[in-house]
Ligand binder design. Structure first.
Ligand code: 5GP
Length: 285
């Protein structure tokens, strides 16, 4: 009935998994003896005694489907039904599949955390918030190279204010990270009396940020606040104030939207989790 059902069926065929398409309907509501509502899951896998319902629908329709599914589970507790969302299907296709859906995931991304549309929407919200908070001012945005370039480019265009844009580059060296941060490219603008917004791609331990806050405070600005696209707050070691956060991220290594792994993946339009490298098989003797 639907292209995604066809793809799911192809996948099952490829792996020789038996299935029946819509083999059974579950009556949910009656008017007298007449069934007025029922639920027909898309697939049944007899070997696993498992039904699957696929959905690629909009959120409000999914809510309805979820309600129906809850109903089925209440009325038919012995029946195993699982809803597969579009993201589940894409994950399946990315891992085991072929065809158009499998192309959405590039090598290197284990899973997408925030897709392009979600990221863009959030950046526009942050831009609107900054526009409101800095109304009447001309703040200096200071981006920390290189991960920040993509976020900075989008954020500054989401701000409806006169702004100045600066970049700094720092380097970490040695074992003791905190003591060994060095500024290798400083800001060119005089910051005395200015409102400064440090723009970051991600704040992890917060040690980099703590160093930067002290470094920039010493230049006598009117104020300094931080705007980061991602906050991995579970790993925080230094207590740094963060004014604006795009998204909270789990303790995993993320890539895309400016963030790299070994210099790659910065140009992905979404934010994803890096696929862990498979350990090389030890040759058998
Ligand atoms: P911290 O807050 O620990 O001092 O360091 C933040 C910096 O570590 C970021 O600017 C970024 O360069 C790097 N970093 C931390 N977590 C991640 C991550 O999940 N992915 C990537 N690509 N870089 C990260």
């Amino acid at each position: 009935m639907h292209p995604s059902e066809k793809e799911f069926a192809d996948l099952l065929d490829y792996y020789h998994i038996n299935y029946l398409y819509e083999p059974r309907s579950f009556p949910l509501r009656w008017d007298g003896s007449r069934v007025v509502e029922m639920f027909t899951p898309d697939f049944y896998l007899p070997e696993y005694d498992q039904y699957f319902e696929l959905t690629t629908m909009k959120q409000n329709l999914v809510t309805q489907k979820n309600r129906k599914l809850r109903h089925v589970r209440e009325m038919y507790p012995e029946v195993n039904v699982q809803l597969l969302y579009r993201r589940d299907l894409m994950r399946l296709m990315g891992k085991y599949g072929f065809g158009p859906l499998s192309e959405v995931s590039v090598e290197g991304t284990e899973r997408v955390l925030f897709d392009e549309a979600t990221v863009q929407r959030r950046v526009r919200e942050l831009g609107a918030q900054l526009t409101e908070d800095y109304a009447g001012e001309e703040p200096v945005l200071i981006g920390i190279l290189r991960g920040v370039v993509v976020f900075m480019a989008d954020l500054m265009r989401a701000m409806n204010l006169p702004v100045q844009v600066e970049f700094m580059e720092i380097t970490h060296y040695g074992e003791e990270r905190e003591k060994s941060i060095d500024v290798i490219r400083d800001v060119m603008t005089e910051l005395k009396g200015r409102h400064v917004i440090i723009v970051e791609d991600i704040v992890d331990t917060g040690l980099t940020l703590r160093y930067l806050l002290e470094y920039l405070q010493a230049k006598g600005p009117a104020s300094v606040r931080v705007c980061t696209m991602l906050d991995k707050s579970v790993r925080r070691m230094a207590d740094v104030p963060i004014g604006y956060v795009g998204f909270e991220v789990p303790d995993e290594f993320v890539i895309g939207y400016g963030l790299d792994y070994g210099g790659r993946y910065r140009n992905l339009p979404y934010i994803g989790v890096l696929q862990p490298v498979e350990p090389k098989a030890v040759p058998q003797r």
